[in-house]
Design a protein around this ligand. Structure first.
Ligand code: 13P
Length: 253
């Protein structure tokens, strides 16, 4: 049985005070439930604050990106080792905002996935199609290619040591959620793609959905057989909505 994973991507939001308020709300109200895992992804400057507040609470954390280079003269970069040094469990990779705004290619994402595993982090590989790709009928080809470039570098077994997140670009921050069936179809196609080379890895890999997830739509999404949780953006900035999403997961488990 795969656990349901509810991840909160804070993106470039917050300040020391708001992060402190959100963390104390989360710690005060969080009730662990069997089969459900929670993690938050703050901007880098707040990783230490998050580590300090969440250590031993049962809520994990990660960074929103990290470099494939190891150390040295790379001004502005943050290494996987640095992220791991803050007790992070996860690192997000290949988010569509990073692909579109910061030029992250499939090749860079695949390299980062490999380096993340080498540093004991669980990479969360984000894939997703644009509205234009969906309308032209190339959704599955797009996401399967994004996934394949990582499989080609590390192998299917290693992909299953991370997490996969399907985030249709047209659903991010727009209030337009993919229907549970639309998301399920893509998740199932990716699981089949993995099963072609490693059925055990395919069966164990957690595949999350992201894109305008709220406490109002989470239950129906989690109820699909191949949806194993959510990568939540704006609704993760408030403890009450984020925890309500995780309660929907707890009902299903
Ligand atoms: P929203 O939940 O704000 O649509 O963001 C989704 C997302 O990009 C999470 O990584």
């Amino acid at each position: 049985m795969r656990k349901i994973l509810v991840l909160g991507n804070w993106k470039m939001n917050g300040c020391r005070q708001s992060v402190s308020d959100l963390l104390s709300d989360l710690v005060r109200r969080f009730k662990p439930s069997v089969g459900v895992e929670l993690a938050v992804f703050p901007p880098y400057p707040y990783l230490y604050q998050v580590q300090t507040a969440l250590a031993a609470t049962g809520i994990s954390w990660g960074s929103q990106s990290a470099s494939e280079t190891l150390a040295g003269a790379y001004t502005g970069e943050t290494s996987m080792a640095m992220v791991a040094d803050f007790g992070a469990t996860y690192v997000l990779l290949g988010h569509s905002e990073r692909r579109m705004l910061f030029g992250e290619t499939d090749a860079i994402v695949a390299k980062r996935f490999k380096v993340a595993l080498e540093h004991g982090l669980k990479p969360v590989l984000c894939v997703g199609e644009t509205l234009q790709q969906r309308e032209s009928g190339t959704t599955l080809a797009t996401v399967c290619q994004q996934l394949q470039s990582v499989i080609d570098l590390v192998g299917t077994g290693a992909v299953a040591r991370g997490v996969l997140a399907y985030e249709p670009v047209w659903a991010i921050g727009t209030g337009l959620t993919a229907t549970p069936q639309q998301a399920q179809d893509v998740h199932q196609a990716m699981r089949r793609q993995l099963a072609a080379t490693d059925s055990k890895a395919a069966a164990t890999l957690q595949i999350l959905y992201g894109g305008s997830v709220t406490d109002a739509n989470a239950y129906d999404l989690f109820n699909q057989p191949d949806i194993d949780g959510a990568l939540v953006g704006s609704a993760s900035l408030k403890a009450d909505t984020f925890l309500a999403i995780s309660r929907s997961a707890a009902i299903i488990q």
